[in-house]
Design a protein around this ligand. Structure first.
Ligand SMILES: [Zn+2]
Length: 366
């Protein structure tokens, strides 16, 4: 699979029609645009299902090895069947896939926050069922351009789509007759910036010409348990403009995006339906292997969303709660605190929210 991207990368993954909404792992045929050998276009399905999650950092070899049990093989054990049950499972890859590299940042007093995942760890993403990962975040450039290139080559070889840096503005996957375009934006060096409205608008416009549905992934906002509430203003952290995310997400929908999911604060934030389309302002950490798992930073929600394939509007969905402890990866939240947190935040921070989240995590439109 090649990511040939000067502007919009038109990578079509012609995923063979799967009767019951499987995500195509093992059944995908891959075709470049214009490939006459592409499979006949299947009839477009009426609905598509997505799963969205937040930050994924599966362990690091830098500065010292820090891995989960069994070389990370059990990280996604509680959620992989769920991720594989949807048409498209999406997350944020918070780090670099490379077997070596020179860190861009110096080691800090508390140790480095540079994440170097061995390339073999891409197999955990494949096994879990991920189809797309955003690479626009503040750790994608930890090992400079060689790290970026290694990450892209590794994802390419695994058949996982990605976007969010100057080499990868967008990507299109075809699933059950519906073309889905993905793009991703961040706030730091090496990423496509969500503060650049002209760039964001241009990429969404380009994807709209190639795809039926456009998904926007973003990394932004202040960080930590004091940043759980979504402000209605520009956020700053460590001197960086982290975006006016409410405006950004609404602009994306107004410009033609159909589904927007965010991450970056390390805690979950509110969700809403805006003009019929789903927005998650932060899915928090999902599998961060010992980084930030205390209190709400350990909350790892997973949202399954069913959308109309013609308009991209949300039909309904289901929230699933997971919690990380140390290097465990997401483990089923048996007490329902994650769903409860998202219900509370969504009620408090979104006025006239068109999204209803019930106590069992069911998502419906009002
Ligand atoms: Zn981050």
């Amino acid at each position: 699979m090649k990511h040939v991207c000067k502007s919009i990368c038109l990578l079509l993954l012609a995923v063979a029609a799967i009767a019951c909404g499987g995500n195509g792992n093992g059944a995908a045929s891959i075709a470049q645009v214009g490939d006459s050998a592409a499979v006949a276009k299947p009839r477009q399905a009426d609905t598509l299902s997505f799963a969205v999650v937040g930050d994924i950092m599966m362990g690091s070899t830098y500065p010292v090895k820090k891995f989960a049990a069994n070389d990370g093989a059990e990280l996604f054990r509680d959620c992989d069947s769920l991720l594989r049950s949807v048409d498209l499972a999406c997350g944020n890859l918070e780090g670099v896939l490379a077997n070596s590299g020179k860190a861009r940042k110096p080691l800090g007093a508390k140790g480095s926050f540079s994440f170097l995942m061995p390339t073999r760890y891409v197999n955990h993403l494949v096994k879990a069922g991920f189809d797309f990962v955003g690479v626009a975040n503040n750790h994608a450039f930890d090992f400079s351009e060689p790290g970026v290139k290694s990450t892209m080559a590794t994802l390419d070889s695994a058949g996982i789509a990605y976007a969010g840096n100057p080499h990868a503005h967008g990507v299109v996957k075809e699933v059950r007759g519906t073309r889905v375009g993905f793009c991703a934006f961040g706030h730091s060096r090496g990423t496509l910036l969500h503060t650049d409205a002209k760039l964001v608008h241009g990429i969404i416009d380009s994807l709209k010409r190639e795809a039926d549905i456009v998904v926007v992934c973003f990394h932004g906002g202040a960080e930590g348990t004091s940043a759980r509430h979504l402000p209605d203003k520009t956020e700053y952290a460590w001197g960086e403009n982290r975006g006016h995310l409410r405006k950004f997400a609404h602009d994306c929908i107004d410009w033609g995006a159909d589904l927007v999911y965010g991450h970056g604060p390390h805690v979950p934030r509110a969700m809403e339906v805006y003009k019929g389309h789903f927005i998650a302002y932060s899915m928090g950490n999902f599998a961060t292997t010992g980084m930030s798992t205390a209190a709400q930073t350990g909350y790892a929600p997973l949202a399954v969303l069913r959308v109309l394939s013609t308009t991209g509007e949300l039909i309904d969905g289901q929230l699933y709660g997971f919690i990380q402890k140390g290097t465990s990866g997401p483990r089923t939240d048996t007490r329902g605190v994650v769903i409860n947190d998202l219900r509370t935040l969504s009620a408090q921070d979104i006025t006239n929210n068109e999204l209803n989240i019930d106590e069992k995590g069911r998502l419906t439109r009002k």
